[in-house]
Design a protein around this ligand. Structure first.
Ligand SMILES: Nc1ncnc2c1ncn2[C@@H]1O[C@H](COP(=O)(O)OP(=O)(O)OP(=O)(O)O)[C@@H](O)[C@H]1O
Ligand SMILES: [Mg+2]
Length: 342
C-alpha cells in the first residue's frame, strides 16, 4: 500500500513524507510553526515498525511526529487499524491531570484527528530497554520505577477506552496465530522450532486456558492499561525512564500489563527475584491477582517465541524449549512459585 491507496480512502488526510517539504507544508497547514520557524531536517525517530515516526528539526526546536496509516509501516501489505494514533492520543488525554504519569512520558503537543497524526516532545536520542535481551541486567531502580509507573497508571480514574480494532489485531497475534501450525516457518528462526511448537500446540489444558485468557483480554474492564508494556516501550533518557507508545491501550485487567512486563524479564533471563520485586512494589499502590498476572506472563512468553512479533533473542532450540516449559507452568500452575533454577 502507498500514498495513492491512502488518499483513495482518506481524502481529507495529509500523507506525511519523510522530507523537509512535506513536513513544512503539513505544519504550516496546521498552523503549528512558530514565527520565523523553518524546518531544517527530518529523520526516522528510532526503531519502529507500525507507524511513520519521524524526528523533525527546525531552527528553533525538535519534536517527534507520528502518523498511523491503514497498514503496518514496515510491512505495507499488512493491514492495521488506522485510528491507532487517535487511541494513543486518547490515552494521553486520560492521564493528562496526573503529574506522576505525565512526567514519565513525552508531552503530547498536538493531535490532528483528520490525518491520524500526533506531535510529541522529543526525548532526545534515547535508548530503549531492548539491551536486557542481550545478557545485561536491568537495574533494580529501573524495575521499581517501571513498576510504580504501571501501578499509578492502573490507579488512575479513566474513561473506558475500547480500542477494539487494535485489540482484535493483538488478540489474533497473541491467542490465535501462535497456535496455528504452518502459519510461520519457525525453523527459519531456530532450526527445529517447528516440531517443538507442533508438540506444544497439542496441550489441551494449555489451549483451554489460552481461550479463557483471550476472552478476558477482549472484555472491557475499568482499568486503563498501556497495552504493550515491554522493553521497546521504555526509554532511558537523560531525565530518567520514560514510557512511550500507548497505541495498544485499552480498559481491561491490570494483570495483563503486569504479565507482559514480567514475561519480558523472564524472556530476557533476568533474575527471577525481580518478578517478586515487581509484585512488592506494585502492591504498595494497587492490588492484583498474582495467578492471573502469571498466566498472562506465560502466554506472552509463548507468543514471543511462536508468533509473528519476534524479539532480538539469540537463544538455542533448547533455551526456547525451556522457556516454553516455563510458559506452560505459568499458565497451568500459576500458584507454584518461580525458583531461580527451573
Ligand atoms: N517522544 C520521543 N522522543 C524521542 N524518541 C522517540 C519518541 N517517540 C518515539 N521515539 C523513538 O522512535 C521509536 C519508535 O517510536 P514508537 O514506538 O512510538 O513508534 P511505533 O511506530 O509505534 O513503533 P513500534 O512498531 O515499535 O510499535 C522509539 O523506539 C524511539 O526510539
Ligand atoms: Mg507502536
Amino acid at each position: 500500500m502507498d500514498k495513492q491507496t491512502f488518499h483513495a480512502t482518506h481524502s481529507n488526510s495529509y500523507f506525511l513524507e519523510s522530507n523537509i517539504r512535506s513536513i513544512s507544508d503539513y505544519l504550516s497547514q496546521q498552523k503549528y510553526l512558530l514565527t520565523n520557524e523553518q524546518i531544517s531536517n527530518v529523520e526516522v525517530a528510532g526503531e519502529g515498525n507500525m507507524n511513520c515516526t519521524l524526528r523533525v528539526f527546525s531552527n528553533q526546536r525538535t519534536f517527534i511526529i507520528k502518523q498511523s496509516r491503514p497498514w503496518v509501516e514496515k510491512f505495507p501489505n499488512i493491514a492495521a487499524p488506522v485510528e491507532r494514533a487517535l487511541m494513543e492520543g486518547e490515552f494521553y488525554q486520560n492521564i493528562n491531570n496526573n503529574k506522576d504519569l505525565t512526567s514519565n512520558m513525552p508531552c503530547l503537543l498536538h493531535m490532528d484527528k483528520k490525518s491520524y497524526i500526533l506531535i510529541f516532545e522529543d526525548l532526545g536520542n534515547a535508548q530503549d530497554f531492548s539491551y536486557i535481551y542481550n545478557n545485561k541486567l536491568i537495574s533494580s531502580e529501573h524495575v521499581e520505577q517501571l513498576t510504580l509507573f504501571l501501578a499509578k497508571l492502573h490507579n488512575t480514574k479513566s474513561k473506558t477506552i475500547e480500542n477494539t480494532d487494535m485489540r482484535k489485531l493483538n488478540y489474533e497475534h497473541i491467542y490465535v496465530i501462535p497456535f496455528q501450525n504452518n502459519f510461520i516457518n519457525l525453523d527459519e528462526i531456530t532450526p527445529g522450532l517447528n516440531n517443538v511448537a507442533c508438540d506444544f500446540r497439542t496441550k489441551q489444558d494449555y489451549k483451554h486456558q489460552l481461550q479463557l485468557l483471550g476472552k478476558l483480554y477482549l472484555e472491557n474492564g475499568k482499568t486503563l492499561l498501556h497495552g504493550d508494556y515491554y522493553p521497546g516501550s521504555w526509554l532511558m533518557t537523560d531525565n530518567g525512564v520514560k514510557i512511550i507508545d500507548a497505541e495498544f491501550c485499552f480498559s481491561g485487567p491490570c494483570e495483563f500489563d503486569m504479565g507482559v512486563m514480567i514475561a519480558h524479564l523472564l524472556l530476557a533471563k533476568q533474575p527471577r527475584s525481580f518478578v517478586y520485586k515487581i509484585f512488592a512494589h506494585y502492591k504498595k499502590i494497587n492490588s492484583f491477582d498474582v495467578k492471573l498476572a502469571f498466566r498472562f506472563a506465560g502466554v506472552e512468553i509463548m507468543r514471543r517465541l511462536l508468533g509473528v512479533a519476534q524479539l532480538p533473542l539469540k537463544y538455542s532450540l533448547q533455551d526456547k524449549h525451556k522457556l516454553l516449559e516455563l510458559s506452560y507452568r505459568l499458565v497451568i500452575t500459576p500458584d507454584n512459585t518461580l525458583s531461580e533454577t527451573d
